[in-house]
Design a protein around this ligand. Structure first.
Ligand code: NOJ
Length: 549
């Protein structure tokens, strides 16, 4: 394990306690009235993100693309989708982000390109093209049978016949996204070149898409292979050598023990999403029972000190139920996706607020967990104001609708006629912009936005939440998730009542016979610890963050 001292200052480990914000450029703000959000539009809203307390923005793919997978099908790694602006706009964005003391990371899509990418076009047109070997071809569709299909609702095989090429090509996602062949050193070098290009512009790192699937090997499920880790370590070494202080965030939708491998010995990814904890937050909340959370947290191995989990409640995809049992999945669907249209692949295409019945208590509680469990939190755009979704839109588009800035029909998103919007604004009660928007919540103390801002500033004032150890505690009942964040000098006790009933709590605090406590959320003294024990009552869905003194 790499020791902190050899990794430089805490500053270089900025991601250990950063607040991330996932931003979909098309949805955020339209600066030129064409109905599509764009990079200048994002620049115009940076003050908003800064005031919210965001440290690092993650942009969904911004590259030229036929948009069969909303930009995750890249046709050119070195440019910007014209609807979003120009490379100069992007440079200006990076500069403006940095000027405000924030950081920005972009999506690095390693696993596949678009079938429209010139590499694939050349590859399919000519067996002797040097690009043929950039992709994975076969004369039949019988190889790698143990690899699962990810986009179950659309794809029936990971192989697609290409008439022009006269062979099948391999793809883990849509058939319009052929997988790159990482056995080819030229491909491995291409991706280092792509990284260098964006790092030279000044991005602070990458969220690396779909990393488990880079290599294929017969007789395996083609996920998390040693070859994949070896290449990812190469990427990291390159970054460390030329661009220290930048970050790599892994998207590996896997069990914690498998994601653990992506941290290596602190020499692979700096960060990794904690996928399995996410659905269990929803499970715990609906059941009013902490056991699913406890179960996964106890199965989350320690990670090197220079690494960090990234925790989230929602993102731009369906709420994935890949990391739960079949029985749990059925239960989650039944509880959270009663309308079959809410289901997509192995997940649920809904946003945070509708999932939690637009109940402010539940939304706050989920955020209390998000901001206090081990890891750096990431907020999905719009969730800070409680935006709704539109399950009737295609694929995952219903959770990617325009950001709601103002209380008016167009939500202050764009001046274009509404029928020119890239996607319809959420309409009507209770989620339309008249009700849910940034401006009104900015003007209203106690709004969800105000709460989110307070939560962020509290988190920043207590770095122990990013750095501290985590100890699960027995609260005397299953309805309460209780844990300690500590670092040798400080201790923070977090209590979350997952249930809709008043809960008497009796927590045993190891090693602390007596103490006073201070409620850092409400800035009031809390109940004392006597004889290693703290007792209090928690209102339905209430949470307390108590500093032990
Ligand atoms: C994961 C991304 O989050 C998702 O949106 C995309 O469709 C797949 N990877 C394929 O790139």
């Amino acid at each position: 394990m790499v020791k902190l001292s050899s990794q430089g200052s805490r500053d270089a480990l900025w991601y250990k306690n950063a607040i991330f914000y996932e931003l979909y450029v098309r949805a955020f703000h339209d600066s030129n009235g064409d109905g599509h959000g764009d990079l200048p539009g994002v620049i115009q809203k940076l003050d908003y993100l800064q005031a919210l307390g965001v440290d690092c923005i993650w942009l969904l793919p911004i590259y030229p693309s036929p948009l069969r997978d909303d930009g995750y099908d890249i046709a050119d790694y070195y440019s910007v989708l014209p609807e979003y602006g120009t490379l100069d706009d992007f440079r200006r964005l990076v500069e403006e982000v940095h000027r405000r003391g924030m950081r920005i990371i972009t999506d690095l899509v390693l696993n596949h390109t678009s079938d429209q990418h010139p590499w694939f076009q050349a590859a399919r047109a000519d067996r002797n093209s040097p690009y043929r070997d950039y992709y994975v071809w076969s004369d039949d569709n019988q190889k790698y049978k143990e690899a699962r299909i990810i986009f179950l609702d659309t794809e029936t095989s990971n192989w697609t016949w290409d008439a022009q090429a006269g062979q099948y090509y391999w793809h883990r996602f849509y058939s319009s996204q052929p997988d790159l062949n990482y056995d080819n050193p030229a491909v491995r070098q291409e991706m280092l070149n792509v990284m260098r290009f964006w790092l030279d512009i000044g991005v602070d790192g990458f969220r690396a898409d779909a990393v488990p699937y880079l290599y294929e090997r017969e007789g395996t499920n083609c996920e998390n292979l040693p070859e994949t880790h070896a290449y990812l370590k190469e990427i990291r070494a390159y970054l460390d050598q030329h661009y220290p202080d930048r970050v790599l965030l892994a998207e590996a939708n896997q069990w914690p023990k498998d994601v653990r491998q992506y941290f290596g010995d602190g020499d692979e990814f700096h960060m990794g999403f904690h996928f399995p904890v996410m659905p269990r937050i929803y499970m715990a909340l609906r059941r009013g029972d902490n056991r699913s959370l406890e179960w996964i947290l106890k199965r989350t191995p320690p990670i090197p000190e220079n690494c960090q989990w990234c925790v989230f409640l929602r993102n731009h995809d369906e709420l994935t139920l890949e990391m739960v049992t079949e029985e749990e999945r059925q239960w989650m669907w039944q509880e959270y996706a009663p309308d079959p249209r809410m289901r997509l692949n192995l997940g649920i295409r809904r946003r945070l607020a509708p999932l939690l019945d637009n109940d402010r208590r539940k939304i706050e509680l989920a955020n209390s967990l998000l901001f206090s469990l081990p890891g750096s939190p990431i907020i999905y755009y719009g969730d800070e104001i409680g935006m709704g979704d539109n399950i009737w839109l295609f694929d995952r588009n219903g959770v990617r609708t325009p950001m709601q800035w103002l209380p008016e029909e167009k939500g202050g998103f764009s001046s274009a006629p509404v029928d020119a919007f890239y996607a319809p604004m959420i309409q009507g009660e209770p989620y339309g912009p008249q009700r849910v928007n940034v401006a009104s919540q900015q003007a209203q103390p106690g709004s969800l936005l105000d709460f989110t801002r307070r939560l962020i500033s509290l988190r920043k004032a207590n770095p122990i939440l990013g750095w501290g150890d985590f100890t699960w505690l027995d609260a005397g009942c299953h309805a309460v998730a209780a844990y300690l964040r500590s670092d040798g000098t400080e201790r923070l006790l977090i209590l979350n009542n997952l249930s809709g009933e008043l809960q008497p709590v009796h927590v045993l605090i190891p090693g602390l016979e007596t103490a006073t406590t201070y409620d850092i959320f409400n800035s009031t003294p809390g109940p004392g610890v006597a004889n290693y024990r703290l007792e209090l009552s928690l209102a339905p869905y209430a949470y307390r963050w108590l500093r032990l003194e």
